[in-house]
Design a binder for this molecule. Structure first.
Ligand SMILES: NC(=O)c1ccc[n+]([C@@H]2O[C@H](COP(=O)([O-])OP(=O)(O)OC[C@H]3O[C@@H](n4cnc5c(N)ncnc54)[C@H](O)[C@@H]3O)[C@@H](O)[C@H]2O)c1
Length: 263
């Protein structure tokens, strides 16, 4: 039944933050589904390792070291990707940082600027470069990365939650603008996804809290576990595929029921 096939042989996927965590999980699944991959990540050594491992599994993969918070590096990255593969079919705006956990009075200007640049402004930069290329080649698909904290709020990660809410608004606005060019744009809103750098960052300073937090997190999630990068990757693969041809401007929650709140 080829009509139900999620494979996209030779399609080109650009994945920001593709070196680790969810981005790496998406790269693995898309590579296995026949996509040619561009990993754009600020961490060149983790990116090299991931790219080499994917290549050893038979994936066609290009690593482009890039700070997505820098508009000129993003422009160069997208141009390099387009030169390498002549097209971009799928763009996953996944790179993100959560920043330090802090009350508003201790939020440093530098941290605020960095979080907004990496988590929100970067999505403007990549879309500004990729939309004209997708338009020229007849269409494409863009997937942005938000978080359930964009809706629920997060007491001590205010800049992160606000940036992710901005990503949701940007997704909806661009959906109105680019749908006529056969470019679909959607947004993921995950709950807690385990085994990623983002989730570990906080525990570097608070290792004693990890076990207790994990137990209370599991209690909050009706499905009884945190998500895995692979859970997110399977949803991304569906949203990138022709099976999702009429899904556009959607914010898709993937959280095992976490955002339903306490019972
Ligand atoms: N893990 C979760 O629970 C969770 C929940 C909701 C949303 N998210 C979002 O998922 C995305 C991926 O996070 P993750 O959990 O996999 O974390 P992660 O830290 O494992 O992965 C993030 C990747 O982005 C890269 N990166 C960071 N800053 C960058 C920059 N300026 N330029 C290019 N690359 C950069 C990192 O090097 C890393 O490879 C983020 O946008 C995050 O906000 C994560």
């Amino acid at each position: 039944m080829s009509g139900f096939d999620l494979r996209q042989e030779g399609a080109v996927a650009v994945i920001t933050g593709g070196a680790s965590g969810i981005g790496r999980g998406v790269a693995e699944v898309f590579g296995a589904a026949g996509y040619r991959l561009v990993l754009a990540d600020i961490d060149a050594s983790a990116g090299r390792q991931t790219a080499d491992e994917l290549a050893s599994l038979g994936c066609e993969v290009e690593l482009i070291p890039c700070d997505v918070a820098d508009a000129s590096q993003v422009a160069a990255m997208i141009q390099t990707a387009a030169r390498r593969w002549q097209r971009i079919d799928f763009l996953f705006n996944n790179a993100g940082v959560v920043g330090r956990q802090t009350s508003i009075d201790h939020l440093e200007q530098e941290d605020l600027d960095r979080i907004l640049a990496v988590d929100l402004k970067s999505v403007f930069y990549t879309c500004k470069q990729a939309v004209p290329l997708m338009r020229q080649s007849g269409g494409g698909s863009i997937l942005n990365m938000a978080s359930i904290t964009a809706d629920t709020g997060s007491a001590y990660y205010t800049a992160y939650s606000a940036a992710k809410a901005g990503v949701i608004a940007l997704t909806r606005s661009l959906a109105r603008q680019v749908g006529r060019f056969n470019i679909r744009i959607n947004c993921l809103s995950p709950g807690s996804i385990g085994g990623t750098g983002l989730m570990q960052e906080y525990y570097v300073d608070h290792p004693e809290k990890q076990t207790q937090d994990r137990l209370s997190l599991v209690k909050k999630i009706p499905l009884g576990r945190a998500g895995k990068p692979r859970d997110v990757a399977h949803l991304a693969l569906f949203l990138a595929s022709p099976l999702a041809a009429h899904i556009h401007g959607a914010i898709v929650t993937i959280d095992g029921g976490e955002s339903l709140g306490a019972q």
